[in-house]
Design a protein around this ligand. Structure first.
Ligand code: UPG
Length: 302
């Protein structure tokens, strides 16, 4: 019967944060490109989960209406109130923001950048896995292929993330690297180093996260304090600073995905004293499956 078929359908859970957007804002255009490319290239059934505020929701609804029309395809859409989620995850946000925020204390604007760290507490229980994307991204391949990365997760992996493609963590780890000249932390992957992670694309094993006492402990104040002290780490990129530290302390908890799935375009660090090494970080030899126009960098048309 139809009801039975519906129950057996496999849905791909795609999450995105879309807040503080006015109808004329550049973010609207980025979000349209992201959602259009996602749906156009997808061969699977998507549920699109949009974390938003009251005004931005109206914008999102209009954009997504247009995307359904222009692609001639369908996806379910669910909206979540960013203020409500921020208060549900206040514990995590208040631990993280003093260490990983550019202006700690600006409470609500901060929370947004840490929501991914508690997605397993927000996502409806039926979701066993999910993916989250920055709105400034654009697909070149079927999202189904990204979800195949879950099959390569190690036995303990909670998250899947692609490498950071700039020397930002070389910079942040400056003091630690001076004290530990042979460390691979902050080195590019090219030379078997660890450049940190970028959170423009995040895969979640939500079932494991919900049951992980290790994770619960590691997001606590004492643990985050210990990690930041050990590495003299003061960041400003939100969740991805935490993922980067997690990958140093507990590498088995993060599965590294192909750089082609998060091909970052930001070149800000190249012109801030890192011109000589920048190319070692930004190089990604695999096919681009998703562009990430971070720090407002335009995305190529193809
Ligand atoms: N976002 C909003 N409203 C805002 C700001 C951000 O909805 O007012 C969402 C949106 O999905 C956006 C994402 O948050 O794409 C990240 O913010 P964005 O301004 O795109 O950050 P960038 O400066 O482009 O990216 C920096 C890093 C990037 C990293 C990201 C993680 O360059 O590599 O993935 O921060 O926070």
């Amino acid at each position: 019967s139809k009801a039975l078929l519906e129950a057996e359908k496999v849905y791909y859970n795609v999450w995105c944060i879309f807040t503080k957007v006015a109808s004329n804002s550049p973010m609207r255009k980025k979000f349209a490109i992201f959602a259009e490319s996602l749906l156009r290239l997808s061969s699977v059934d998507i549920v699109f989960h949009v974390i938003t505020d009251e005004d931005s929701k109206d914008v999102a609804e209009k954009v997504l209406e247009g995307v359904l029309l222009s692609t001639g395809k369908f996806m379910k859409v669910q909206y979540y109130d960013v203020h409500k989620l921020a208060s549900q995850l206040e514990d995590i946000v208040s631990v993280m923001s003093p260490h990983f925020s550019s202006k700690p204390g600006t409470y609500y604007s901060d929370a947004l950048f840490f929501l991914s760290l508690g997605l397993h507490r927000i996502a409806p229980i039926e979701q066993s896995v999910a993916a989250m994307f920055d709105a400034d991204t654009k697909f070149r391949k079927d999202v189904k292929e990204l979800f195949e990365e879950f099959n390569s997760f190690g036995g303990q992996a909670l998250f899947g993330l692609a490498p950071e493609l700039t020397p930002v963590y070389r910079h942040v780890l400056y003091l630690y690297r001076n004290k530990h000249p042979n460390t691979s932390f902050g080195e590019p992957s090219k030379s078997n180093g660890y450049p940190g992670y970028n959170s423009g694309v995040v895969l979640f094993n939500l079932d494991r996260l919900r049951n992980s006492s290790i994770y619960d402990r590691i997001v606590k104040k004492e643990s985050v304090q210990a990690m930041t002290e050990k590495y003299h780490f003061k960041g400003h990129l939100g969740d991805q600073d935490f993922y980067t530290l997690l990958g140093m302390e507990r590498p088995e908890l993060i599965h590294t995905i192909d750089c082609g799935w998060n091909r970052q375009l930001c070149i800000w660090w190249r012109d801030r004293g890192y011109a000589d090494v920048f190319g070692n970080y930004s190089r990604c030899d695999s096919e681009t499956k998703l562009w990430h126009g971070n720090c407002n960098t335009p995305i190529p048309d193809d």
